[in-house]
Design a protein around this ligand. Structure first.
Ligand SMILES: Cc1cc2nc3c(=O)[nH]c(=O)nc-3n(C[C@H](O)[C@H](O)[C@H](O)COP(=O)(O)OP(=O)(O)OC[C@H]3O[C@@H](n4cnc5c(N)ncnc54)[C@H](O)[C@@H]3O)c2cc1C
Length: 461
């Protein structure tokens, strides 16, 4: 017999969004229970021990200065950040040669740089006309949602080099290829982050800083506050709902409440059965919002040897398979940790390989970029998020062509007593940890307002 509990709000998923929602509800005096499928909290954030009490993050990790909500939450939870290592020269591998450069602009032909610059300028300018809370209302929404980013690049980016560089920048942000993405979705995402530089930059951008002790601590601390309101090993299979009641069924527990907040990547929300079923438009949306593919790979060395060579550890390679690297060493620089991403096509291809073969390919790439010292790491870890039953891809979901304009409102509109949260539903920093926290706050506010509106709760004084 399943255990049963009763509460005001049942939250599904103990990632940043679900836990932020539960924290806000609790602070507002609304009772809640959080059901989490895994045996841990944090979802797409995960600390991995590398010994001596140190960790690396195999999921989301960076925070940037304009990601104000997650920074505020970290302060509330007593967590600090430290800057991403960024001293020295970066490396670019292009047409079989290695170039070292400082700042954001590599030493490439003026023609290529001008072409890349005009493409970025156009995308930023177009993004300013896309309201992040309703992209389908942008003046050119229909036109932009009818083409992929790749179709746009064919007409607006003139040199192969600039196309390659832009594709690399796109893979780094969406873990997908330009041909996968609706142009409107790309513009929405740029709009929600405040520009392409904000998405791409280390200093001052999305890769600016890291959470001391690891980003999973944000979720761990919230779960500690919530105590036995958080139930682990409780995959939600079915939600029975009426206009003002929900019964949420997991394998060994069922929880009754007035509202539910489902805080999962949208793709996973349709793996839960609903009774009555979801309206057609909501279900069709979830048939059209796939996850990107990423494998995060890290090699550990006695020390960050690239620093001695005057290098930041940040490299970009058009050749790949690792196209982007960072210095991911702990704050004290011991051990040295090189981080590389396999994204989109590379993640799909190397994800199907045996782990040992993938490791060899990644280390071979690190060695090409940073020299022979990279050849023999002390340790290595990688994580393929598409393999994870309760995630199935990363960094997040994206919209292919036609989805925003046909189904946009269904991403966030509640269905009866069921509300949606999760990084993908955020209007600011969508797809990021900051967006996840904001989405949890917003869902909690919407639930509280609906309880008041229907007379199920008095408005707080
Ligand atoms: C490799 C990688 C690198 C990233 N890098 C960054 C970065 O540097 N900076 C940044 O800001 N963001 C980054 N991200 C994205 C960031 O991690 C996510 O946007 C954020 O963590 C999403 O939080 P969420 O709560 O919306 O979703 P999730 O973290 O996916 O939480 C959903 C939760 O629901 C649970 N769940 C799923 N199905 C069920 C079910 N049926 N019943 C119950 N529970 C269920 C899951 O186990 C999970 O705990 C990265 C992500 C990855 C994977």
């Amino acid at each position: 017999m399943a255990d049963s509990r009763e509460t005001d709000v049942v939250v599904v998923g103990a990632g940043l969004a679900g836990l932020a929602a539960a924290r806000k509800l609790t602070a507002d005096g609304i009772d809640c229970v959080v059901l989490e499928a895994r045996d841990r909290v944090g979802g797409r954030t995960l600390n991995h021990s590398i010994g001596d009490g140190k960790i690396v993050e195999v999921g989301g990790q960076w925070v940037g200065p304009t990601q104000t909500r997650v920074l505020e939450l970290m302060r509330e939870l007593g967590l600090e950040s430290f800057p991403t290592y960024d001293k020295g020269e970066h490396v670019l591998e292009y047409e079989g040669a290695l170039n070292r450069y400082t700042g954001t602009i590599p030493k490439l032909s003026k023609r290529l740089l001008a072409d890349f610059g005009q493409a970025q300028w156009k995308l930023d300018r177009m993004a300013r006309t896309v309201p992040a809370d309703a992209p389908w209302t942008a003046p050119k929404a229909k036109d932009w949602d009818s083409q992929t980013l790749w179709s746009w690049m064919r007409r607006n980016v003139y040199t192969q080099g600039a196309r390659d560089a832009l594709s690399l920048g796109v893979e780094a942000v969406w873990a997908a290829q330009p041909e996968d993405l609706s142009l409107l979705h790309v513009l929405f995402y740029i709009s929600s982050a405040g520009g392409l530089d904000a998405l791409w930059d280390t200093q001052g951008g999305a890769q600016d800083s890291r959470v001391t002790g690891g980003s999973q601590l944000i979720s761990i601390r919230m779960a500690e506050e919530l105590g036995d309101r958080v139930v682990l090993d409780a995959p939600v299979r079915r939600i029975v709902h009426s206009s003002d009641r929900v019964t949420v069924h997991s394998d060994e527990i069922e929880v009754e409440g007035r509202r539910a907040i489902v805080a999962l990547p949208p793709t996973l929300t349709c793996r839960i059965a609903y009774d009555p079923p979801m309206p057609a438009l909501r279900d069709q949306l979830t048939q059209r919002i796939p996850q990107g593919a990423v494998i995060k790979c890290m090699a550990m060395y006695e020390k960050p040897f690239w620093r001695d060579q005057g290098l930041t550890g940040q490299a970009t390679s058009i050749e790949g398979p690792v196209k982007l690297t960072f210095d991911n060493s702990p704050p004290d620089g011991s051990p040295g940790v090189l981080l590389g991403f396999l994204e989109g096509t590379q993640a799909r291809t190397l994800g199907a390989w045996q782990p040992e073969r993938r490791r060899e390919a990644v280390i071979e790439c690190f060695t090409r970029l940073f020299g022979r010292e990279a050849q023999s790491p002390l340790d290595y870890v990688d994580k393929s998020w598409a393999d994870e039953e309760w995630t199935r891809g990363c960094y997040g979901c994206y919209m292919p062509t036609g989805a925003w304009t046909a189904y946009g409102p269904q991403l966030r509109d509640p269905v009866g007593p069921i509300h949606w949260a999760g990084a993908e539903t955020a209007t600011v920093w969508s797809g990021y940890m900051d967006g996840a926290v904001r989405s949890g706050d917003s869902a909690a506010e919407a639930v509280a307002a609906s309880l008041v509106a229907r007379g199920e709760r008095f408005a707080p004084a």
